[in-house]
Design a protein. Sequence first.
Length: 190
Amino acid sequence: MSRRRSLHPEEEELWKAVARTAKPMHAPIFRRKITETPLEPPVTPFKLPSAPRIAPFRMGEKPATPQPKPVAASGLHMDAKAFGKMTRGKLVPEARIDLHGMTLDVAHPELVRFILSAHANGLRLVLVITGKGKPGVDSGPIPRRSGILRQQVPHWLRQNPCAPAILQVTEAHLRHGGSGACYVYLRRSR
């Protein structure tokens, strides 16, 4: 990249003479008066935010403790202590259903029957095993997902008739199946 240098007076006169004789190759879209001084970009004023997003902090000072999120905002609908035990695998499921090898049209009614009967019997924590799915041969340009039951079960649990009976759905701990299973924490039956 070459550096620009200022023109000597003789060079500047020569340049102006050449520029006067030059003809444009194309008709200009709009006419603009060419000035000798380069135009500066418009300056937009910088506006400071009205309130800082975080509290002021000085080196060596302890940061302010963050406010706990409300339970609804964090997606937690059950007791935090029980949720912690459940995600660490400390709570033992009271019942389980294994959907391995079932097709969608067989698995859906079985799951609904299982959830509703567990809720009617007063169970609180059940385990739904879907499996991780077989990695199939992906020969097409559009990738196919493996584990259709693993993808459909959370949708089925959020729909009627199961949704009113369910308080929380979470991926199971590794000892209970990991990503191939999910915990379903049921509401108390009334």
